[in-house]
Design a binder for this molecule. Sequence first.
Ligand code: ATP
Ligand code: MG
Length: 419
Amino acid sequence: MTKKIQAVRGMNDILPDESFRWEFFEQTIQEWLAAYGYRNIRMPIVEQTDLFVRSIGSVTDIVEKEMYTFVDHLNGESLTLRPEGTASCVRAVIANNLLYASPQRLSYSGPMFRHERPQKGRYRQFHQVGVEALGYTGPDIDAEHIVMCARLWEQLGISGVRLEIGTLGSVESRALHRERLIKYYEGYIDVLDEDARRRLHSNPLRILDSKNPGMREINNGAPKLIDDLDETSREHFEALQQILRNQGVDFEINLQLVRGLDYYNCTVFEWITDRLGAQGTICAGGRYDGLISQIGGKPAPACGFAMGVERLLTLMAECGKEIAPPAPDAYVVHQGGDAFVFAWKTVEYLRDHGLKSILHCGGGSFKSQMKKADASGARFALIIGDDEAAVEEVSLKPLREATNQVRAGLSTVVDLIKI
Ligand code: ATP
Ligand code: MG
């Protein structure tokens, strides 16, 4: 036998028994975004590698170890499958001059690619819904993003998600903090692990994000960003907290929040659950006031966040959110030449009247067709023999309710199904 071709490791098929949950999610997302006035933008999945290196930062896990980068052999360009959406979104906004007249509330969704070790809640192709507000200084827009997440969790039937907020300060206060961190870690140069030593001068903030328990003690003693925070950032952070309190959104302050991407400054936040084990962050974001100019646009402030769809869907299931699988209204079984012709007429008539109908295909006895009708989840079987066809009637048999089978013409059948 010919060898089977496997899917790429960490990249999953989403099968019909599961995809209806995705559809429910996507529909909820669409209505939720519309309720807040966010408009959809669709970017390519492949970008110039340099876009991600310059925006996410060259000394980050994503750029150092996780990107799917390849050379386009037709022209020698280095391209990368997008590991996240913000960089592409900002590139598209700049390229199309979208900030020319007014700020923009935008959103996108789709697959992202990171070469990580696949495990529960962590895949190599995964999906994000991202929200970006460009041209807004905040903190009102920062708060809007957090408040809209809180509303979405409710709509998705999710509970027990914790919100952590922090601030990274202005670009200038980050620079000051960076200097102090370098000085501090230089004092421990002999005990730093390899990653930390490598990042010491290029990206000392990243050291704080280390997952190595051996680094914990040194990290705990490191200079705190809050001590280097400038007055404007401090006020911004206070104002954000005040809006969240006004809106009744609970939060914890976590000044160690670093985030895995370099472009963040000022407000950062994460929504975290304990129900998904180690992969507990379902949504994360913050401000990125420097990014637009960093990749060639006219300077403009911005804020955004992205959520992991797979993790959210798992969490919805953990929280007991029930989503009914889609079922047809009617399954039409038929036997006989005239019945066949009338069965076609019947299903199209039902569809004309907004009813979901399946026409039995492939023949077989009434009994085996009825089994298929039942398995389809349809509320009704419509039975057509040549007798029925001769007078343009069908027998309507309820499959889920204890009511009687009736025989009627098509318009009556539509009325009966719609009751
Ligand atoms: P983590 O700390 O779990 O690696 P991250 O900080 O790398 O997350 P972000 O870049 O902020 O994640 O992406 C936003 C969201 O996308 C995450 O909160 C998570 O829900 C989801 N996500 C990120 N990487 C993956 C992945 N490999 N598989 C599935 N979901 C992911
Ligand atoms: Mg990660």
